[in-house]
Design a protein around this ligand. Structure first.
Ligand code: 5RP
Length: 234
């Protein structure tokens, strides 16, 4: 099955949740981009909606399609955010940040009444951690921060974790929309994502991390011939 078809099916199902006059958060990544493109078609057909983006890339795409974009600073809350994910577990804990937009994605998700995740089935895991965990780090003292992060990883039982700075090119580090670095951490299975999230939150140079605990209301998993709706287990 083409993952493009699966992603499109998930994006179409998410589009059905959009009501006129909603305030909508727009995620980042290839699946979110399909959603934004479909939304643009609905806007051209007359749908009135206000959107706020989670990255410069999504901002540019949405504006190019005629979608009305406002700054999050003009909003107090957001009705619905549609975003992708790199992994989700049965409790709908997520790893996000494969597209380096995790900080803005988490700010928008936290302010949203509902966050609906759109993915294909390859993102579904029993335990988070196969996908390297992205951590957004302030460039100041970044190597010191990296060592402080590894101490927390040890405390979380992840002593063998390794990490690397994400590169934009072979020679230059990637900088996020906010000017920060991304440390990708190969953790292996993360036994207690909430505990690891709390440990990482405690490191001053960590701007944000890609563990989204308790944000997703549901996941729409695109399949070859439709969509499977996943709600949090338990
Ligand atoms: C960006 C993200 C993306 O939502 C995540 O990487 C999924 O992307 P895609 O839909 O391309 O697989 O977290 O920071």
């Amino acid at each position: 099955m083409s993952s493009d078809i699966a992603k499109r099916n998930a994006a179409e199902a998410a589009l059905a949740l959009v009501q006129p006059d909603m305030i909508l958060g727009l995620g980042t990544g290839s699946t979110a981009a399909i959603f934004v493109t479909l939304l643009g078609e609905r806007v051209k057909a007359g749908l009135k909606i206000i959107c706020t983006p989670t990255s410069e890339a999504t901002d540019r795409l949405a504006r190019s399609l005629g979608v009305r974009i406002v700054s999050p600073d003009e909003l107090s809350s957001i009705d619905l955010t549609i975003d992708g994910a790199d992994e989700f577990d049965p409790a709908l804990n997520l790893i996000k940040g494969g597209g380096a937009a995790l900080l803005r994605e988490k700010i928008i998700a936290e302010a949203s009444d509902r966050m609906v995740v759109i993915t294909d089935a390859s993102k579904e895991v029993a335990t988070l951690g196969k996908f390297p965990l992205p951590v957004e780090v302030n460039p100041f003292a970044s190597e010191l921060t990296r060592r402080r992060i590894h101490l927390r990883l040890e405390a979380a039982g992840l002593a063998t974790a390794s990490s690397s700075w994400r590169m934009a090119t072979r020679e230059s580090l990637l900088h996020t929309d906010g000017g920060h670095l991304i440390l990708d951490i190969s953790c292996g299975a993360i036994p207690d994502p909430a505990r690891l999230a709390a440990l990482l939150d405690d490191v001053p140079g960590v701007v944000e991390h890609g563990l989204f605990i308790g944000y997703a209301s549901e996941v729409l998993v695109g399949e070859a011939d439709g969509v499977r709706r996943v709600l949090p287990a338990g």
